[in-house]
Design a protein around this ligand. Sequence first.
Ligand code: SAM
Length: 415
Amino acid sequence: MPELTWPGKRLTESTPASLITEAVVFPRGQGYPSDQPRNRLLQGDNLAVMRSLLPEYEGRVDLIYADPPFFTNRKFHARIGRGEDSRKPEQWKLAEGYQDNWDGLDAYLQFLYERLALMTRLLAPNGTLYLHLDWHADSYARVILDELLGPDSLLNEIIWTYHGPSPIRTAFNRKHDTILACVKGPKYTFNADAVREPYNPSTVKTFASSSKAGFGKIPNLARGKVPEDWWYIPVVARLHNERTGYPTQKPEALLERIILASSNPGDMVADFFCGSGTTPLVAARTGRRFLAADETFRAIHTTRKRLAETDASFTLERVSAPSMHFASTTIRRASETTFDLRLSDESIHLGNSADVDYWEADPDWHGKTFLSADQAARPARRGEIRRELNIKVGRRVCVRLVTVKGQRFQVELNV
Ligand SMILES: C[S@@+](CC[C@H](N)C(=O)[O-])C[C@H]1O[C@@H](n2cnc3c(N)ncnc32)[C@H](O)[C@@H]1O
């Protein structure tokens, strides 16, 4: 079998991360269920994170979606402003997104290879790995996947097409990505009926007009068809409600098709390059469990905000200790940052919320793992953040806040 090589190609036994549980999040003030959540959101380099997951999850993850940097050699920013003019990028409010810069193709291939190798170990025997790339590196990745999973593993080469403006005048506009769907074995999950879509109206018309149409088989027009391996799904644009401002955010519709086709309710779905959290969000909404990781705080924070709108509880874990500023309140004024927090028996009220992007509270804080009992997030496009958390307060309350720029604060209040 042909194999791709590059200088320095190797698979090392890298060190596993030691993960600290920073918080357990119970969305929407539902209270604390007695069971530990089975969903995990993890911050850290996914190489160390995946390695630390191996003892518990090797061969047990039913679906992995991987959307790594594409080898564009660019830096991507997150947009944190609202209502800005798309045509005036010099006026956009930006925050750090993620880097896609490399010391050459060898470095990129090595990065991908080591991580794909761990993903294939985590994948269950009936599992599917979807690798999302584009023309920069998809052909190399195809050969790497053949090596890791075998030459018969490719289930589909999916072309995701979209449209949009482009400055290119010297070639055709590059408006598709490639998603390589690979299976680990012959008994893979594929729920054709879960992803059927209506036939094209012209097909319906043809069959309605002649009983001899087609190639001998009359399709079940009412049931719809299994989609082709090219998908037209619009990119997440500025005016779309799902937009978070995180760069290269993928559409929920894309992940919905992948998750519905290649997993069942209760299955474990993983995304170790989760970015804005599209995969865990759709997994939670469709009744799957999830493992999601990213190395940047902005990605984890964006994901956590989106997950707070679901019913899924999850642990928030990270490789090293969190860096948090201790702030004052109207009750305790210890530093220059003041949050106007007021407690009553059944709620916590936030007075000045102008630059608060997210806040949450542990109503019975013991000083160890933060148990987030209710959360409020500033909507990405319009609307205000909820200024009341409805929770019964205990003797000591801890509130965590994140500003739009990504600064973190923790406020402790004795009742
Ligand atoms: C293309 S984006 C993913 C976008 C995501 N699918 C979404 O819908 O928002 C790639 C992500 O990989 C993350 N990333 C890059 N290298 C990483 C690493 N070594 N470990 C964990 N995450 C990494 C980046 O921070 C970035 O968020």
